[in-house]
Design a protein around this ligand. Structure first.
Ligand code: NOJ
Length: 529
């Protein structure tokens, strides 16, 4: 018997970066009440769930991914009551709410770390990962921080180093310690009891490190100028075999509450990503994030190989997912250009699997150049060229001075084109990016083959990518021109009618024979028979 698809298999997730969505109290930083005030928009857009990046108390060294209290809300974002109100307001709009859970590391300002570093004998010493210097006084080993430099920082008072996969202000928890496990699992229950529908779990691949602290091997493909983190291969620091044990602990807590979703952030090659689905439905992570479309060159043969390869690699019980953008990556409209970003929207919302939309991508928001003095991201400050601020700028609600995001100068600059690229300007404009997203989301919602139908590969031709979604007798063909020049695609005897096109131009037209597509054009065709 086949299982009925669950809400997150049919649904679409919308990622909100809370600092940048809506500022209700004129301090230049977005907040929970701001999000709540914009939920009508989110519901109108037609997504099913919001994932909110971290909202917990934090010194904001990594903008919330450095948590100093797992069971409260940062005053910048509001209060627990504000979160309760948000969850209630989402519920009446049939929107689910996912929180970000950051189990790999805390802030160095977390009271646990203060205790841990206070002495070698402190009961919380073993809550973090401490190591002696080598006999010559040097670093314990060659492990690197993702954000630059060594992953070890010396604590002069106790003479030992602590490990941090990211900033020194983000010491890693020791997941081998049963008390850490218990405390963090209870944290999940704390939020689940408040009614959240699941979690996006941060940095899953980092959770366990080699207990023998072996050196990572050199990466022979690394060249001067590449990201220094990649100079060694993180085989002893990421994706360790023990990670699955921790993942299953999270899973079992989620299973205490029906219908909850477990998204796992994992930057891994496809074959290693698949392990995190576990052995059967609901055994491990529901959606191990698939970032491969972000990294792939935007070319039809490459994307076809990626999609076919990903589909083929999925275990039979696994549900796919696709991501085009997030708070760590350049915006899609900057990567491929605004006209092609319309085609990218068609791809994201017609592939098989749960899509995640990054806030503002539905407007075609682009990366905003940040003057050096205004760069806030520590990654960008440590490793030139890695700053993530450009994709984190304020949501563009209207054409007013601060784009309707805030009444005061926001924490990051507003895009120069916000006067024309904004919700108010695009809402009722049939040809806008926002209208395209909304119509695509509606089509997906109303078309079972798009929600849960099988993926059937079609040949790529030049820069044209094509595939079919099929459920019972419903067959949809998606044909996308990934280039700015016109192209044609042989339909090989298939006939149908265009339901939706990136430009809007071809809608309602019957097609057959050779399909002609303008540059940056893409179509969803209902096939006959
Ligand atoms: C992944 C998050 O997406 C990123 O923003 C953060 O800096 C790191 N994990 C560390 O938590």
């Amino acid at each position: 018997m086949t299982r009925e698809p669950v809400w997150w298999q049919r649904g679409v997730i919308y990622q909100i970066y809370p600092r940048s969505f809506a500022d209700s109290n004129a301090d230049g930083v977005g907040d929970l009440a701001g999000i709540t005030s914009r939920l009508d928009y989110v519901a109108w857009l037609g997504v099913d769930a919001i994932w909110i990046s971290p909202i917990y108390p934090s010194p904001m060294k990594d903008f919330g991914y450095d948590v100093s209290n797992y069971r409260d809300v940062h005053p910048l974002f509001g209060t627990l009551d504000d979160l309760d109100r948000l969850i209630g307001a989402a519920l009446v709009r049939r929107l689910r709410v996912l929180l970000d859970f950051v189990p790999n590391h805390t802030s160095d300002q977390h009271p646990w770390f203060a205790e841990s570093r206070s002495s070698k004998a402190n009961p919380r010493r073993d809550w973090y990962i401490w190591a002696d210097p080598r006999p010559d006084g040097s670093l314990p080993n060659n492990w690197r921080s993702v954000f630059g430099g060594s992953a070890w920082t010396l604590d002069p008072a106790t003479g030992q180093y602590f490990y941090h996969a990211y900033l020194p202000e983000q010491p890693d928890l020791n997941w081998r310690n049963p008390a850490v496990r218990e405390e963090m699992l209870n944290t999940l229950r704390f939020w689940l009891d408040r009614g959240v529908d699941g979690f996006r779990v941060d940095a899953v691949r980092q959770l366990c490190k080699d207990d023998l602290l072996r050196d990572n091997p050199p990466n022979l493909n690394w060249r001067a100028g590449d990201n220094p983190y990649d100079e060694v291969l993180p085989v002893y620091t990421t994706d360790r075999p023990e990670t699955m044990e921790i993942v299953r602990l999270f899973r079992r807590v989620l299973d205490e509450y029906p219908g909850r979703l477990f998204v796992g952030e994992l930057t891994l090659p496809i074959e290693r990503l698949m392990r995190y689905y576990g052995a059967s439905v609901g055994d491990a992570i529901d959606l191990p994030s698939n970032f491969h479309m972000i990294y792939a060159p935007w070319e039809a043969p490459v994307l076809k190989a990626l999609i076919d390869g990903y589909e083929a690699a999925l275990p039979s019980h696994a549900w796919p997912n696709w991501v085009l953008g997030n708070h760590d990556q350049h915006r899609i409209a900057s990567r491929v250009g605004r006209p092609q970003a319309r085609v990218a929207a068609l791809l994201l919302l017609t592939l098989r699997g749960t899509p995640t939309i990054y806030y503002g991508d539905e407007l075609g928001m682009v990366d905003v150049p940040i003057p050096p003095a205004r760069i806030r991201d520590p990654f960008g400050r440590n490793v030139p060229g890695q700053e993530r601020d450009p994709e984190r700028t304020p949501m563009q609600w209207d054409g007013s001075r601060f784009a309707g995001f805030s009444d005061v100068e926001p924490w990051l600059p507003v895009a120069a084109d916000a006067g024309s690229v904004n919700v108010r300007a695009q809402r009722d404009a049939p040809a806008s990016m926002l209208s395209l997203y909304r119509r695509l989301l509606r089509l997906r919602r109303e078309t079972p083959a798009l929600q849960t139908g099988a993926y059937v590969a079609w040949p790529a031709s030049g820069q044209v990518l094509a595939f079919e979604r099929r459920l019972d007798s419903q067959r949809l063909l998606i044909v996308l021109n990934l280039d700015a020049s016109p192209a044609s695609y042989a339909l090989n005897g298939a006939r149908g009618v265009v339901l939706l096109s990136a430009s809007g131009a071809l809608e309602g037209q019957p097609v057959g024979g050779n399909l002609s597509l303008g540059g940056d054009e893409g179509v969803v065709i209902q096939l006959e028979g």
